[in-house]
Each structure stands twice: as C-alpha cells, then as structure tokens.
Design a protein around this ligand. Structure first.
Ligand SMILES: [Zn+2]
Length: 196
C-alpha cells in the first residue's frame, strides 16, 4: 500500500547519524523534476543574457530564482502533505506558472530573443522540457494525493476506535461500544443477570 510517509524526504524515527534517514525512493522520484527545472533554468538565464542589457550575475540570479521557486514549491508540497483544496490550487497555479514561464523564455532564447523568429525547432528546444516536467509533476502529485487521503482515512478510523469501558474490547466507534454493552460480560447489567 502507498502511504504518505513514502512522499516525505526524511524517514521518521531514524536518527540523523544514520544513512537510512534519507528517503532515497523519494529522492529518485523527485530527481527528474530537479533535472528538468535545471534544464529550463539554463534557457531562462540565457534569455536574460541575450538581451545584452544585463550582466552575467543578473542572469545567474534570474535562473537561480526560477529554480528556487520551483524547488521550493516541491519542498513545501512534500512538507505539508495535506489534501486541502486551497493548497492544491496554489500548488498548481505556481507549477503551471513556472512551466509556462520556462517554456516561453526557453523558446524565445532558442529563437534568438525574438517572437518573429520562433520556429518549430525553437519550440521543440524550449517548450518540451517544461511541458514534460509539468506532466511528471502532475502524475507525481496525483499519486501522492491518493496516498495522503488513504492515510487520513486510516487515522480517522483509528481515532474513532473506543475501548469498552468495562472489558476493554476495542469497538470501532462510540455507537459500537453502546451496541457491545448488550453482550459485554463485564457490563454491570449483564453481570447481575448472570449472578442471579
Ligand atoms: Zn465490554
């Protein structure tokens, strides 16, 4: 079964000194997104440089900012791991925004910085990695959401469990405990009957 823990970067209840602290499965699954973001940031930086109006360090800051936003969104999404609708919407607005910006700036970069020069080849260079990254992120997030919902259902089920106050038998909820009283051997009413 998939659980939300598989979507966390660190393994809980493992000391920091252990190499098992890092969730390597998580890192492997996230690696394609990091690689695609880095690829896209190359075009973002290149585009800034191409204008001949900005020095190299501005291009580096620009492309890093793009990467940091993208990776920050991923890190926050993994940390929060909620199935709340508002968080989801923002996650997608940021993701789609980053992918669109990357596709646009990369395509322009490979077109020599001019909309007039956009060709099928420059779109292939510029847009496909961003689209691919977005699709991968869509897939990853949907699998993660299912796992979180399963975890939430399971914790609701565990929270609802009530132990019988007389014999300590676990009952699935409060109503089930009251139902169980009829047959509970330790219930005062049943004990008085059996004693008669
Ligand atoms: Zn009982």
């Amino acid at each position: 079964m998939i659980t939300a823990a598989q979507f966390r970067p660190l393994v809980p209840n493992v000391p920091w000194s252990s190499f098992k602290k890092i969730n390597y499965g998580w890192a492997l699954k996230r690696l394609p997104m990091v690689a695609l973001a880095l690829l896209s940031s190359w075009g973002v930086g290149g585009f800034i440089l191409q204008s001949n109006k900005a020095p190299v360090f501005v291009a580096i800051i620009g492309s890093s900012a793009f990467d940091l936003v993208f990776l920050g969104v991923i890190a926050l999404a993994d940390q929060q791991l909620t199935s709340r609708k508002s968080t989801h919407k923002l996650y997608w607005v940021l993701n789609i925004g980053a992918a669109t910006l990357a596709a646009l700036l990369n395509t322009l970069y490979y077109s020599g910085g001019s909309y007039g020069n956009i060709t099928a080849e420059s779109v292939t260079h510029g847009a496909l990695f961003a689209v691919f990254g977005l699709l991968y992120s869509l897939y990853y997030h949907s699998v993660m959401t299912i796992a979180i919902e399963q975890d939430e259902l399971e914790s609701e089920r565990l929270n609802a469990i009530v132990d019988c106050r007389y014999c300590k038998t676990p009952c699935k909820n409060q109503a089930a405990e009251y139902g169980h009283f009829k047959t509970c051997v330790m219930h005062p009413k049943n004990r008085s009957i059996s004693n008669e």
